[in-house]
Unconditional design. Structure first.
Length: 282
């Protein structure tokens, strides 16, 4: 009997076991999609799955952010584990940094590429499995982000609890320094986008629906025409953009200016092209 195995199922088994993608696919095919049978198959084939199961949640870990030596490309990875006892261990942090170093050197584009890299004579995936067997917790690379720009600034916040990358239009030393300040802004304020124009359409529509419902539910607005309600809703939506988009936010180091104003003070042509923010548990 032929069973159609999806990429989602393969990734689920990989997350549960730490085994490689191809090994997980073969295990699911051989077990006709039965996850428990697939885990047994991996064990029989000598895979180190160390009792990983779906009910073991890896909510702790470390977030590593780093750029290439020329500052043109930045990466973030999360190496997840189950307890903060493990995540705070210096050896675990060093292991995460070694994975990041391998990824930066190879300029990888995905978790799959990262797991397939060679690290100390074995694949990253196998080295992660070694840690699973050694520590006895569910461990895996759960997040990967990459930014490429004229320059990228990287920032790690709170003992490896959060990483931020900021893409910049200029590679001057002043721009990169400003990028680090902006990265700290992003860590603190968690904007949804660079500016109003780059907020995802679905986010805009969701916020518009929320504020419209709030206005309509106000007894003072009973009987008011729809165009008046829509105009008020747009005003509230603009307030949302000011609070939730990076360039419009008040700059945390000087509330008297916006982030856009701060960037202009560094270089009138300096732009943030994109950013990535990864936090544990988010």
């Amino acid at each position: 009997m032929s069973v159609n195995i999806t990429a989602t199922e393969i990734n689920k088994l990989r997350q549960q076991t730490g085994a490689g993608m191809m090994d997980c696919r073969k295990a699911l095919v051989e077990s006709e999609g039965d996850f428990e049978a697939a885990i047994d198959y991996l064990r029989k084939k000598g895979q180190k799955v160390a009792a990983l199961r779906g009910d073991r949640e890896a909510k702790e870990g470390v977030v590593i952010a780093k750029t290439t030596s020329d500052n043109k490309t930045g990466f973030i990875i999360t190496l997840a584990c189950e307890t903060d006892f493990v995540s705070k261990n210096a050896d675990f942090v060093a292991f995460a940094q070694s994975i990041m170093d391998a990824g930066v050197a190879a300029n990888v584009n995905s978790v799959e590429e990262l797991n397939a890299l060679s690290l100390d004579g074995a694949t990253v995936s196998d080295r992660v499995n070694d840690q699973v067997a050694k520590i006895g917790e569910k461990i895996s690379v759960t997040r990967f982000e990459k930014v490429t720009a004229n320059a990228v600034a990287a920032y790690i916040h709170g003992s490896y609890r959060m990483g931020v990358l900021v893409g910049l239009s200029s590679d001057s030393a002043e721009a990169i320094s400003a990028g680090k300040d902006v990265a700290m802004q992003i860590a603190a304020m968690n904007p949804v986008a660079v500016d109003a124009a780059s907020v995802p359409t679905e986010t805009v529509e969701r916020e518009r629906a929320i504020v419209t419902d709030q206005i309509s539910a106000d007894p003072k607005m009973a009987g008011k025409p729809a165009d008046m309600i829509a105009k008020i809703a747009e005003g509230k939506l603009n307030a949302f953009f000011k609070e939730q988009t990076l360039l419009a936010q008040a700059y945390v180091k000087d509330n008297g200016k916006s982030v856009a104003d701060y960037l202009k003070s560094v270089d009138p042509s300096l732009k943030v092209t994109e950013f990535k923010r990864v936090a544990l548990g988010a």
